[in-house]
Ligand binder design. Sequence first.
Ligand code: ADP
Length: 155
Amino acid sequence: MTRALYAGSFDPPTTGHLDIITRASAIVSELVVGIGVHPDKTPFLDADTRLELMRQDCAHLPNLTFTFYTGATVRFAAECGAKVLVRGLRSYADMNAERGMAEINRREGYDTLFLLANSQHVNLSSTVVRHVMDAGLSLDGLVSPRVAEALHNKS
Ligand code: ADP
């Protein structure tokens, strides 16, 4: 039994995030999706909404748990009993940003499973979605229909 933790801000969740969740959940026996909450920052979508949207979009996957966390990801991994961390890699820039953290986490006893982003998601990020939304452009393919509706209702 390998329980893994996929942590992120998911603000908002994109189809790239959903793809990583789907693929990781097929590899590990249990996947905890940890939604990072930063009490001193105002989120774009509030944490409860992010969690509920992701939970509904992933309702067909049997081995997922969604939860909030604050503080260091590796500490939360220990709390929730995860043995491995999952991250998505879109580019060399992602890899450069991730490798330092992965090394620190490995020193703490947690290895990281990196999944390469699908080619249609390599330029996709929550920031891109926020810009597209601010510009009033189509969110098709960037987020799920459920997330698109929540974003439209928010504006
Ligand atoms: P963080 O603030 O921790 O970077 P994000 O929500 O931006 O949180 O991303 C969480 C994880 O998902 C990270 O590992 C990131 O590299 C990965 N990720 C983000 N966007 C994509 C995408 N389009 N395709 C694949 N992985 C992605």
